[in-house]
Design a protein around this ligand. Structure first.
Ligand code: GLY
Length: 364
């Protein structure tokens, strides 16, 4: 299996995704971007930085003029304009100019934040993604969506800004805590459900290897998910159409995430949202009862929740209305035509939504 994928942007090769077992090829890959003797700023978080900042700094020091590091507290709570402001201050004080480079070392929060700083500092400088979580590898590091949360609104402020490289050291997955690891499985199951039934079946077959984090299983899984993500963002980089399919499970998932005040991980909320969207697809006669149950079982196989406590259907519905996936007043809901094929449906009515939400609420 190949180790490198090239992502095209507007028909032109734009950046590589490298799947590697360590950081040994990182400096060479950065030199190949015509990035020698530049200032480099690693932006990371307090967890990931402890593990990997030294290794990345050492590797880049061989080729950079200077390598500095900004560490933000780990967690979604750091994905805000205060962190953006902190990064600007640091970059200004250290005299970073438009030819210098930012390195996002971490999970989705660090990647989205660093990308947004890169998109806006001096009207845009270059950045690379070095994702260390499963979710960031298969989803957020690819496709150039950057941004931060604003108050309680997820990803409400942002920009499209493509990275120059996505460098994955797959070994970082071995130190990922179990909840984060399995949360990444939410997006991976999503890829199978919306685009590739054979991949969805493969995930079920490989449960043991995926649980054991066998290197070959990880490599194949990350690779197959990256291919799906890459092909979608190449065809629709700015989410004018097909890219919205990647939001399967996210409309209700984001509401649950917000109402639970981030006590559940993103991937867990996506699974709860996918359970509701699959129920709606089943109600419409697009999935059989067996297929619907199989989707729930598969998410549970990977330790993901498919229901939630302590929320009301009306509250969840109201929050979906403030979501970015609205088109005027109508939600563009993602449903499954069948396993492996999703579509955008702008006709979902409030009563159907409430019914789907009811299906994911635990009885109290
Ligand atoms: N995470 C969904 C997207 O990149 O469009």
């Amino acid at each position: 299996m190949e180790q490198t994928l090239t992502v095209n942007y507007e028909g032109v090769p734009a950046y590589n995704i490298m799947l590697e077992p360590d950081f040994s090829k990182l400096s060479e890959a950065v030199v190949n971007l015509d990035m020698k003797n530049r200032k480099m700023m690693i932006i990371t978080d307090s967890n990931v930085g402890t593990y990997y900042c030294d290794a990345v700094r050492t590797s880049l020091s061989r080729i950079a003029k200077v390598v500095e590091c900004i560490t933000i507290p780990s967690g979604e709570g750091s994905k805000n304009l205060d962190s953006v402001s902190l990064c600007y201050e640091h970059l200004i004080k250290s005299g970073f100019d438009r030819n210098d480079l930012l390195i996002a070392l971490g999970g989705g929060v660090v990647g989205d934040l660093t990308g947004f700083v890169a998109a806006t500092y001096l009207r845009g400088i270059r950045f690379i993604q070095v994702p260390t979580s499963l979710l960031a590898m298969v989803d957020s590091s690819i496709g150039g969506k950057t941004g931060v949360d604003f108050k309680a609104y997820k990803n409400m402020v942002g920009a499209f800004h493509q990275p120059k490289l996505v460098y994955m050291n797959l070994s970082t997955l071995l130190s990922l805590p179990e909840p984060e690891y399995y949360s990444g499985m939410g997006e991976i199951i999503k890829h199978g459900l919306i685009k590739d039934k054979a991949y969805y079946e493969w995930l079920k077959e490989k449960t043991k290897e995926i649980e054991a984090r066998s290197f070959e299983a990880l490599r194949e899984m990350v690779y197959r998910s990256c291919v799906i993500k890459k092909e979608v963002v190449e065809r629709d980089p700015k989410e004018q159409g097909e890219r919205a399919l990647l939001n399967f499970g996210h409309t209700i998932g984001h509401s649950v995430e917000k109402l639970k005040e981030l006590s559940l991980l993103h991937g867990q909320c996506v699974c709860i949202g996918m359970a509701a969207a699959s129920f709606l697809s089943y109600q419409r006669g697009l999935l059989t009862d067996q297929e619907y149950q199989d989707i729930l079982n598969t998410m549970q196989l990977f330790h993901q929740p498919v229901s939630v406590d302590g929320l009301s259907a009306e509250d969840i519905y109201e929050v979906t209305k403030s979501d970015k996936k609205m088109d005027s007043d109508q939600i563009r809901f993602i449903l499954l035509n069948k396993v492996g094929q999703a579509f955008i449906d702008p006709t979902v009515q409030k009563s159907e939504m409430l019914c789907a939400i009811q299906s994911i609420l635990n009885e109290v």
